[in-house]
Design a protein around this ligand. Structure first.
Ligand SMILES: [Zn+2]
Length: 186
């Protein structure tokens, strides 16, 4: 077994302030937050980095991240949220368990997640563009044999119950999804 503080939280060995829970995910208030209401959303199963998380759970996790962000807007009256992962040690990951952060943001709140824009060599940019394009050619989304992740809370709905859709429908679904998201914006 890995000695993992996030797993200890999931197993209730370490106390936490839980704000959301279902069969596969747990969301808690960060004990050392960047701002009041800073949420940490974690898969209950131990996955070290983002790329280890199965497709269905990634979909579910980011759906829930969106709902948690909406909950922050609705309950805290803030003007924004940052939603991000620290994937790998150089990216600031301090626990060996992939989690998503959702941080409430207000004007002049003193939280800093910005970077100094770099001016890069155009040739260097083109080289990496080609390398990435070559690599992303191989991307396929495989259907996973396992059951789709079930949600216990009624009001949260997954976009599909594991059904496959022809690629042509994806754009339309995305548009519907965006419209739905806009409707619940503060
Ligand atoms: Zn863990």
């Amino acid at each position: 077994m890995v000695d993992c503080n996030i797993c200890k939280i999931v197993d209730n060995e370490v106390e936490s302030k839980k704000v959301y829970e279902d069969d596969s995910l747990l969301a808690i208030l960060h004990p050392k937050p960047a701002a009041l209401g800073h949420i940490v959303l974690m898969p209950k199963e131990h996955f070290p980095i983002f790329e280890n998380i199965p497709n269905e759970l990634v979909i579910h996790m980011f759906n829930i991240a969106s709902k948690l962000s909406a909950s922050i807007f609705a309950s805290m009256g803030v003007q924004g949220t940052n939603i991000f992962m620290q994937n790998g040690v150089p990216a600031g990951q301090t626990v060996p368990h992939a989690v998503v952060h959702i941080i409430p943001r207000a004007e002049n709140d003193g939280v800093s997640l910005e970077w100094d824009p770099k001016t890069l060599d155009l040739e260097e940019m083109s080289t990496i563009e080609l390398k990435l394009k070559e690599e992303t050619k191989g991307i396929t989304i495989k259907e996973e044999a396992e059951q789709p992740v079930m949600v216990t809370k009624k009001e949260i709905q997954l976009p599909s119950e594991g059904e496959t859709k022809p690629e042509g429908d994806i754009k339309k679904d995305d548009e519907n999804y965006l419209l739905k998201q806009l409707e619940r914006m503060p």
